[in-house]
Structure formats: C-alpha cells, structure tokens
Design a protein around this ligand. Sequence first.
Ligand code: HEM
Length: 229
Amino acid sequence: MNKLTQFYGTAVGKKFVVAVTGIMMAGFLVMHMIGNLKAFAGATKLDAYALYLRDIGQDMFGHETVLWIARIGLVVAVVAHIFTIVLLVKQNHKARPVKYHVKKSFVSTFPARMMRVSGLLLLIFIIVHIAQFTFGEWLSTPFEEGKVYSNISHAFGSGWLPWFYVFMMFIVCIHLCHGLWSFFQTLGIDNPDRNKLLRGLAIVVSLVLFIGFSAVPVAFATGLIGVAK
Ligand code: HEM
C-alpha cells in the first residue's frame, strides 16, 4: 500500500492514473456508441439490448448487480481522473511557481486549455444526460424506464436537442483526441518516427466516435429513422 501511495505521490504515478481512468472511459464510450447504433436496427433490438445490459450475470448475482458494479467503476474512474488532474496541476504549479519568461505559442497552450474547458463541459453534459435518459426527469420528453428507443426518439424527433448533442459529441471527441495523444505520451511510446501515426490514430478513433454518436440524433432529427408512437 505504501509503495502504491508513494507511486501516486509522483507526477509519473498521477499521469498513470489519469491515463488508466481515461482509457476506462474511452472503452465505455466505444461500447456505448456501438449500443446506440442499434437504434438503426429498430426499437425491439435497441430495447432488448438495454434489457440485456440489466440482465448480465442475473442468475449468479441478481438483476442489475453487474450493471451497478460497472456504473460504480465508471463513477470511481471519473472522480479519480478529475481529482488526479487537479493534483497534477497543483504539483506543477508548486514545482514552478514563477512562470518561465519564454512566451508559449498559442499552438502549444490551446489544446491544454481546451482540455480544461471541454472536460468541464463534459462533466456537466454527463450529469444532464443521465438525468434525462437514465432517470428521465429532465427536458420533459416522455420517458419510460427500459423503453430506450422511444425515449431517444421523442428527445431527438424535433427541436434543438439533437443538434446540441452533435455539438457535445464534437466536444467529447476533441477531449478524447488530445487525451489519447497524452495517453501515448504517458506510455512513452511517442517518438518522432511514429508521432504522425499516433496523432493520426487519435484523430481517427475520435472521428469514428464523433460520427457513430452523432448518427443517432441526426437520423431521428432528419426522419431517417422513425419516431416511436
Ligand atoms: C448521441 C449520443 C448519445 C446518446 C444518444 C446516448 C444515449 C443514452 C441513453 C438512451 C442512455 C440510457 C440507457 C439505458 O437506460 O439503458 C444513456 C446512458 C448513459 N450515457 Fe449516453 N448517450 C450518448 C452519448 C453519451 C456520451 C458522449 C457519454 C459520456 C461522455 C454518455 C454517458 C452515458 C452514461 C454514463 C449513461 C448511464 C449509463 C447507466 O448508468 O446505465 N453518453 N445514454
């Protein structure tokens, strides 16, 4: 335990925690996007998938137990991610209280600033999003537990919400893109020979997620897939 806290006390240890928790969240995003795309297969398929998520491990642990373990794991990852980033920023300030006089370029500081702004927006989005689609109390769209297709079709069938979601998916993917690049650096696999490839990989993964997530609200908003009656 002492070794672990000692490791966490170092900048490398903290970067490791940020990287691992970041990858856990990215893994969740990939699974979530694949699940959402079932909307294109229709209400029966999407709702069956939502039910399946609640039923995983039911025979052994009971209804929704595994889902709740996954939810708690995700919340712990989000809290640890944010908490550790705050500690890292403080640690950096302490190590270098007086700023260098070298003027940093906009290009070098913009992504880092964007990470803070996009991270904060993301946190607010996740809270509103869960209130809307998991508990169904927000934005007064008709909501019925487990009727995921109907819930999202009513939410995205008209108005500004689908386009707000597309904008938020852009923010998610900007955050993810820079996060993935930092992840490669933390792993120490960045190298002038392959940085182009690694940056390209981060962009492609983020772009796939942006398109995959945005497809659902856009499809409902444009009438490509139907609104549940
Ligand atoms: C267009 C994009 C998205 C759509 C249509 C969407 C839709 C949904 C729906 C319908 C649910 C409830 C599922 C159920 O009750 O089984 C849900 C849950 C959730 N979503 Fe999203 N989502 C989107 C993007 C995101 C993003 C980008 C994040 C994270 C940054 C996210 C995080 C979550 C979380 C944490 C839950 C709660 C999961 C649970 O507790 O079961 N979603 N989403």
